[in-house]
Design a protein around this ligand. Sequence first.
Ligand code: HEC
Ligand code: HEC
Ligand code: HEC
Ligand code: HEC
Ligand code: HEC
Ligand code: HEC
Length: 386
Amino acid sequence: MLIELKKTTKHSAYRRIPSILKRPFFGIMFVVFIMAIPDTPQAKVTGLCSNCHTMHNSQGGQPVAYDFDGTSFTPTATPKGNLLIYSCLGCHSATDGTTWKDSTTGAPIVFNTVEPTYNTVKGLAAGNFYWVKTDDTKGHNVFSDNPDDNLSVAPGDSGFSGCATNDCHTNFHATVSGSGFSQLDGKQGCTKCHMVDTAGPKGFHHANDGTGTKYVGSADQGWYRFLEGHMSGDGHGVAGVEDDDWEHIPSSDDHNEYLGFHDVDGGYGFGDLGHTMTAYCTGCHGVFHDNQGGPSPWLRHPSDARLPSSGEYANYTTYDPLVPVARPSLDGTVSATVTPGTDMVMCLSCHRAHGSPYYKMMRWDYASTTLSTALSGCNVCHTSKD
Ligand code: HEC
Ligand code: HEC
Ligand code: HEC
Ligand code: HEC
Ligand code: HEC
Ligand code: HEC
């Protein structure tokens, strides 16, 4: 039955439209009605189960699942977890440079096997793994067949005892084993960050945001972009406002919103940063947050420090998606305004989360020998240094 639906042609689908709707007036009213259905949050998969799942991995005796080796797809007789057709990387990859969203499943693309060309970022909000494939300094290396050339551990890792050799704080390509955390063993690449199934209901892809806004802040809702930590309690997931095209085409009033926590009294530690993006990054790079020193002179570039409301910082007032800030609280609205004295600099003000065309997955080319290019992002906040 499902197979037949898939084969339905545009022509026969048209024939099934009630004839009254084919009359111009009713047809137009019907279209207006469809357009009036409100925009719904994106983080729930839709479509035929068979677009993504296979019951026996067999159709007419032939396998349905695919392996993806980072270049091409090949059918495999070995079934995948959750009865899926692809791995994480398989579903979220495209073998051209123009696809940012898969046309069958609707999956946002995070790895184009040829250079992405589709927007100025050349990727979605987190960037793209394309550049990491050939240059390990440009992102988190999730490819299992290709260990990072330079780093064997997360720089700035706090080095808590009890972690295994192949834990999440060492290279991403490797598979976790003997970690002491049962929910971590077996994880590799993507699932070291997008835990997907450790807390809350199993199956974040099917989680219902259900709030009517794009704010997600609990395990029931699958957290912000399925991001959570592995510590006890509520899972230390990330809260945020999810842009529905993953910033494919962002603008000052159309973008993700990130949560921050300004913690002067805690000495800029990260123990109580809660559901912020910075807390999430510092789970593996804690030293870069813990040892920031205090207000000027800083020892490391601060994250979750407020933009001062005076001096050069006071001029950053219109939100630029190239250089996002974190907000002290979120209510589901997306704001085009930056408020110095309230909003904060954070890890993703300067870095992409997956990979970028630039050294150390920066959001702009800070390593450029042309000074104006190198400082183009810094200047969005440090407005008197341009
Ligand atoms: C069968 C295809 C498929 C597989 C396999 C798959 N995904 Fe997805 N993924 C999707 C689709 C489709 C969406 C978009 C859902 C939506 O937002 O409507 C998505 C969305 C996401 C998102 C963004 C969620 C958001 O809030 O917008 C993340 C993160 C993600 N997937 C991670 C993963 C990880 C990690 C794995 C492996 C455990 C994985 N995916 C496996 C199809 C897949
Ligand atoms: C270092 C941790 C990390 C790893 C590893 C990682 N992600 Fe992400 N991912 C993130 C973060 C953080 C975001 C949110 C970025 C933002 O909002 O700016 C994200 C966003 C996404 C999105 C939403 C699209 C976007 O660009 O915002 C998808 C889909 C996704 N990740 C899938 C994957 C898949 C598939 C893999 C493995 C191939 C993977 N991620 C590996 C941290 C990670
Ligand atoms: C667009 C892709 C997509 C479609 C369509 C889809 N799923 Fe899934 N489903 C996934 C992914 C990816 C996972 C595994 C990752 C996760 O759990 O977040 C999953 C996990 C599951 C799980 C295991 C997780 C759990 O809840 O315990 C079940 C069961 C499931 N899907 C059933 C279905 C059924 C039934 C349908 C059709 C009504 C369906 N899915 C349609 C992508 C999809
Ligand atoms: C699960 C642990 C983990 C999390 C969470 C994590 N990282 Fe990393 N990070 C690593 C590891 C491990 C490396 C070493 C390189 C590799 O394995 O790809 C790394 C490397 C880096 C690098 C250097 C890239 C290079 O190859 O030279 C930057 C920059 C970085 N991370 C920033 C971030 C930011 C920003 C976040 C939050 C969005 C984040 N990391 C979250 C583990 C993590
Ligand atoms: C999102 C805004 C933002 C961006 C982007 C940004 N900074 Fe900053 N920077 C700040 C804030 C906020 C402070 C702390 C101000 C304070 O409270 O003294 C700071 C402090 C500094 C300091 C320390 C000054 C002192 O008083 O000790 C230096 C140096 C600096 N930034 C350089 C840079 C460079 C170089 C870049 C680009 C790679 C950059 N910043 C990008 C917001 C930003
Ligand atoms: C003001 C911009 C800025 C902010 C904010 C920022 N970084 Fe960086 N980061 C950089 C630059 C630039 C580099 C390249 C090395 C350098 O110049 O120090 C870098 C390098 C790194 C590296 C690689 C270090 C190595 O040894 O290769 C990691 C990991 C990293 N950052 C993580 C983070 C995390 C985690 C946060 C948030 C707590 C963060 N960064 C906030 C600008 C920033």
